[in-house]
Design a protein around this ligand. Structure first.
Ligand SMILES: [Zn+2]
Length: 250
């Protein structure tokens, strides 16, 4: 039976990844995620359901629109594949539990935020705020962490990033962090508690610095969004460190 669950959850991940592509493209452009139905950005023709199968359609069509042969971004199958793999890994890590549901929801919302922040340097409130509320609801029912732990985590995440934001501005004389980074850490704190906050900031800063230095050495020195690195840091905590009663306060 385990194999059936694993396949089902992977397929669910591929489908959610497909929906994430719609969100990642439309939300920062102020478009509705429900209508109009998916269409080719080049010729505007509606994409048929059989051309909208995650990963498979991209391969079958050779990365081009069926009608105008316009190029389809590689990001579409990559986001689908990545979401499918992450869903499968989550199932292998957490089994069929409430923790799994919580992790999958966190993965969906934070993945959406990471891609939008990575491309547009904005964290849309329509994604982050519902995520914080959902994290709170899970905490009320003590899924993964206790309510106390979640509230401390959210508060700490917010306050630490606020201090970083103000301090960074004072030291570097420019905006090093945005309000979006504060919201992201409140969200991460609500889902993972105070230890998740520390690990996310630690690994987020570490990996962000390494990538920043590499880009600087390659003379591509540009302002990097911090959000995707913080979210990556939270994945390290969730999958590799712990998401259990042992590491919660209260
Ligand atoms: Zn087309």
């Amino acid at each position: 039976m385990h194999l059936i669950y694993a396949i089902f959850i992977t397929l669910l991940g591929l489908a959610i990844g497909s929906f994430l592509n719609v969100c990642i493209y439309r939300i920062p452009r102020g478009m509705s995620i429900l209508k109009p139905p998916s269409h080719c950005p080049h010729c505007g023709r509606k994409i048929k359901f059989y051309d909208n199968i995650p990963v498979v359609s991209y391969v079958v069509l050779g990365g081009k629109c069926r009608y105008c042969r316009g190029k389809i971004s590689l990001r579409y199958p990559l986001v689908e594949l990545l979401t499918g793999i992450m869903f499968l890994l989550s199932y292998l890590r957490f089994g069929l539990t409430w923790d799994l549901l919580k992790v999958l929801i966190f993965l969906t919302f934070s993945g959406c935020i990471a891609f939008i922040d990575g491309e547009h340097m904005v964290v849309p409130d329509v994604v982050s705020f519902p995520a914080i509320i959902i994290g709170l609801i899970f905490a009320i029912f003590s899924v993964g962490i206790t309510l106390k732990s979640a509230l401390i985590g959210a508060f700490l995440g917010g306050i630490i990033m606020f201090i970083f934001r103000v301090g960074g501005k004072w030291i570097f004389k420019r905006e090093a962090l945005g309000d979006g980074d504060i919201v992201i850490m409140v969200m991460i704190g609500m889902f993972t508690g105070p230890f998740g906050v520390f690990i996310s900031i630690l690994f987020g800063s570490l990996i962000g610095s390494i990538v920043g230095i590499i880009l600087l050495l390659k003379k591509k020195g540009d302002i990097l969004p911090f959000g995707p690195f913080l979210i990556f840091g939270s994945f390290i905590y969730i999958y590799l460190i712990q998401f259990s009663k042992y590491l919660t306060i209260g």
